[in-house]
Design a protein around this ligand. Structure first.
Ligand SMILES: *Cc1c(COP(=O)(O)O)cnc(C)c1O
Length: 379
C-alpha cells in the first residue's frame, strides 16, 4: 500500500525529484503587477493594489468588508480584540490547529481553553462545546464566566482544518445560546464553502491567511472579514497605527498596530486571486485522485463534510494507528515524498500545557492517525 502511494504521488507530479508538501504556483500576472508596483514606488503600506485586493476578496467571499493585514496571525489578533477579548479572559478554541490560533489569543492577554473536535469535520465540535459550557459556564450580564477559573469566556474561535468547514450552524447555535461571539480562523479555508456560503463569513469576524504555503499567497499576508461596518472601520484603524486621516499631520488617537499589508504583497495577491477558482478546481481534482486511490487500496482519505465544498488545501490520509503512521512518514520522507503528521496538539505544547481542556478524545485519535500528503496545485 505504501509503495503504491509513492508511485501515485510521483505519477501525479510527474517527477523523480523531491516532492514538497505544498508549494506556490505563479503562472499568472504576478511579475507584471510586481513590476508595476516597483515602477510606481508605492511598495509599502499605501497603494492601490491593497484596496483592490480587499474589494476583490470581499466580492469573492461575499463578506461586506475585508481588511488586509501583514499576515494571518496579525489578522487573528485584531479580530479577537474587536470581538471584545480582553486581558485576563479566555477564548475557547480547538487543540487541533496551527500555533498561530493560540498565540493570537495570548497576544490579547487572554488564554485558550481547548474543546474537542468532530471526527467528521476536524473542526470544533458543537456537542463538545455545549457540554463544556453546560458544565463549566455560568451566564452573567456581560457573557459567560468559567466556573473553574472565574474568568469570562470572551469568544469562541474554531478553525477550518485543511480547508474543511466546521459545523458552523451547530457552533453558532451554541454561541448564540450563551451570548458568545464567534470568530472564525479561516486561514486555511479560502475557496471553501458550506451550503454555498464562504468560510470566514459566518462569525462576527473571520480571518484568512496568504502565507506562502496557503492556497494563494501574497508572500506574507492576511485578511479580516466582517459584515459589520463599524468593526471594519475599527479594524482598518487598528491595523494602520490608529492614525487619523490627514494629508500631512501625524495624529493617532489610540495605540494601534503596524499591521497593514504592503502594496507589493497585495499586487502578488491580486495576480494569485485571479487564478484562485482554477486552483480550487485543480485541488478538488487532486483530492479525487487520492480518493480513488484510497478506495482501490483500502485506505482512508479525509473527505469534505456533508454540505461542504472544501478547497482541499492539504489532503490527509488516515492510517490505522501511530505505529503505521510513523512507518509511513519514515518511508515517504526517505523516498523524497514529503508527508508530515498533524501539528502537535496545542494543549500539549509547553506554553499551553496549563490551559483547561476537555478529554480531547477525537483530537488525540486524529493526532495518532493523520498524515498530510503532497497537495500543491498540479499544473
Ligand atoms: C496559516 C495559519 C494562520 C496564519 O498564519 P500566518 O502565517 O500568520 O499568515 C493561522 N491559523 C491557521 C490555522 C493557519 O493555518
Amino acid at each position: 500500500m505504501f509503495d503504491s502511494f509513492i508511485r501515485l504521488v510521483r505519477e501525479i507530479y510527474q517527477t523523480e525529484q523531491f516532492i514538497p508538501l505544498h508549494e506556490p504556483r505563479f503562472a499568472g500576472n504576478e511579475k507584471q503587477y510586481l513590476l508595476d508596483v516597483i515602477d510606481s514606488t508605492f511598495v509599502s503600506s499605501v497603494g492601490p493594489y491593497v484596496t483592490e485586493f480587499e474589494s476583490k476578496i470581499a466580492a469573492y467571499t461575499g463578506a461586506k468588508h475585508a481588511i488586509a493585514t501583514v499576515n494571518g496571525t496579525a489578522a487573528l489578533h485584531v479580530a479577537l480584540l474587536l470581538a471584545g477579548v480582553q486581558p485576563g479572559e479566555e477564548v475557547i478554541t480547538q487543540a487541533v490547529t496551527f500555533v498561530a490560533t493560540c498565540n493570537a489569543i495570548h497576544y490579547c492577554g487572554a488564554e485558550p481553553v481547548f474543546v474537542d473536535i468532530d471526527a467528521a469535520t476536524l473542526g470544533l465540535s458543537p456537542l463538545a462545546l455545549a457540554e463544556f459550557l453546560d458544565r463549566f459556564g455560568e451566564r452573567c450580564d456581560d457573557g459567560v464566566y468559567n466556573k473553574t477559573s472565574g474568568k469570562r469566556i470572551a469568544a469562541c474561535l474554531p478553525m477550518h482544518t485543511f480547508g474543511h468547514p466546521c459545523d458552523l450552524a451547530g457552533l453558532i447555535r451554541v454561541c448564540d445560546d450563551f451570548g458568545m461571539p464567534l470568530v472564525e480562523d479561516a486561514a486555511e479555508a479560502l475557496g471553501s464553502r458550506l451550503n454555498g456560503q464562504h468560510c470566514g463569513t459566518f462569525g462576527k469576524l473571520g480571518v484568512l491567511s496568504f502565507n506562502g504555503n496557503k492556497i494563494i499567497t501574497t508572500g506574507g499576508g492576511g485578511m479580516i472579514l466582517t459584515d459589520d461596518e463599524e468593526l471594519a472601520r475599527r479594524a482598518k484603524h487598528l491595523t494602520t497605527t490608529a492614525k487619523l486621516p490627514h494629508a500631512w499631520k501625524f495624529e493617532h488617537d489610540q495605540i494601534g498596530y503596524n499591521y497593514r499589508m504592503p502594496n507589493l504583497n497585495a499586487a502578488l495577491g491580486l495576480a494569485q486571486l485571479e487564478q484562485l477558482p482554477r486552483f480550487v478546481e485543480l485541488k478538488r481534482g487532486l483530492a479525487q485522485r487520492y480518493l480513488d486511490w484510497a478506495q482501490a487500496n483500502g485506505a482512508q482519505i479525509v473527505e469534505e463534510p456533508a454540505g461542504a465544498d472544501a478547497n482541499y488545501w492539504l489532503n490527509a490520509l488516515l492510517l490505522d494507528d501511530h505505529t503505521q503512521r510513523d512507518a509511513f512518514l519514515e518511508l515517504c520522507n526517505t523516498r523524497g515524498v514529503m508527508t508530515r503528521p498533524l501539528w502537535e496538539l496545542m494543549a500539549d505544547l509547553p506554553m499551553y500545557q496549563h490551559c483547561q481542556r476537555d478529554d480531547l478524545r477525537q483530537s488525540r485519535q486524529l493526532a495518532e492517525r493523520l498524515v498530510n500528503v503532497p497537495s500543491s496545485v498540479v499544473v
